[in-house]
Every structure is written in C-alpha cells, then in structure tokens.
Design a binder for this molecule. Structure first.
Ligand code: ZN
Length: 203
C-alpha cells in the first residue's frame, strides 16, 4: 500500500459520517486503492454502528456477568474508600479532526485519549454529540506487551456513587458507550481479578 492505514477509530467516525470532507476523501481514496485491511475494518465498524444503533449487543458470557457483579460490589462507595483502583496515567489527549476555522465551530472535535500503566493501555475515542452534553465513547483495552486487545473485561463508568454505564469488552478488547462527561466520571475495568484499573475522564 502506498499510503498508511487509518486507525480503527477513524473508520468508526467514517462509518458514522463524522469525518471532515478532506479526510473522508483521503480515506475513500485509500479504499479505492484496494486496501482490504481497511475495508474489513470499515465493514466491522459499520456492523458495530448498526448493533449500537439497535441497542442489540450480544449478551455477555456468563463468566463476564459474574465478574461484573464482583466489580459492582468493589465499586460501591463504602468499598471504594478502602480499595483503591490502580489509576492509569493519561499519556495523550488530542483532537482527531482539527476544527476548520469558521466552519462547524458549534461541534467540538472528536478527541483521542490514551491512558497507560506498565501492563495495560486504554485507547479512547470520544465524539461529542452536537448540541448535547453527551459524548459517544469508543474504547479499546490493550495489553502493553503484546499490543493485543483484552476481551471479556467487565467495565463500569462511575460518577460519585452512581453507575452511569456498565459493560464488557468484546473480542478485540473494544467497547462502546454514550455518557455525559461533566463531573469527570471514572472508568473502571476489572482486567485483573479483583483489582480494578481506572481512568478519570474529563469533560
Ligand atoms: Zn489500509
């Protein structure tokens, strides 16, 4: 391939029609040049978008349901004061599509956030919804050493004593959620049995 592949999160944006004109043209040209890898990434993201829109994610496996219950217990406020999650360090925060001057200024650009510990990396792609406080978050939990996704990890988004969202990472360590990011909620992931890792998400 002459040009570089586009990141999965870019194809996620593309499949939702959130890509700027010039970027979209470059991506279409890349597909037209015959990149089968990016074509299959796009096809997968389109399936994810359809499933997410229908709110019809496949049911998580029984073991994951059991550990999500354990994670709920650990995340209860009375436990949280004693049990500290391992905080992932934010290592990157950047706009994905630089806002074009004077155009579409009402829409905040999508952001890519990266959090890391020695063992894990958490890659988040945050797309604010126009005229809304909600943001769509597309994330992936990766093992640092191998670079591969970590599947079937229970996850919670917590704000104070409220659980805003709960889910389980899919086959490639990916997950999707929609939430309000005001008040800096924390994302907890039970990647290590009984020892959650967490990342604080800003507005
Ligand atoms: Zn490609």
């Amino acid at each position: 391939m002459a040009s570089r592949h586009f990141h999965r999160s870019r194809w996620a944006d593309f499949s939702r029609g959130l890509t700027s004109g010039r970027q979209a043209a470059a991506m279409r040209a890349h597909l037209d040049a015959g990149c089968s890898r990016c074509a299959s990434t796009l096809a997968a993201q389109r399936r994810v978008a359809v499933v997410a829109a229908a709110d019809a994610w496949p049911a998580p496996p029984a073991a994951a349901v059991r550990s999500i219950k354990a994670l709920f217990a650990l995340a209860r406020p009375e436990h949280r004061s004693r049990l500290r999650s391992v905080q992932l360090k934010p290592t990157f925060d950047g706009a994905l599509v630089p806002a074009a001057a004077g155009t579409r200024a009402a829409v905040a650009p999508a952001r890519r956030l990266l959090f890391e510990s020695t063992r894990f990396a958490l890659d988040l792609h945050v797309t604010p919804r126009p005229r809304s406080r909600l943001a769509d978050i597309c994330g992936q939990l990766l093992e640092q050493q191998t670079g591969s996704g970590v599947a079937e990890v229970p996850a919670l988004l917590i704000l104070g004593d409220r659980i805003l969202w709960s889910g389980v990472t899919a086959e490639l360590g990916e997950f999707e959620l929609t939430a309000e990011l005001t008040g800096s909620p924390e994302l907890w992931l039970l990647a290590d049995e009984r020892h959650p890792i967490s990342a604080r998400l800003g507005p």
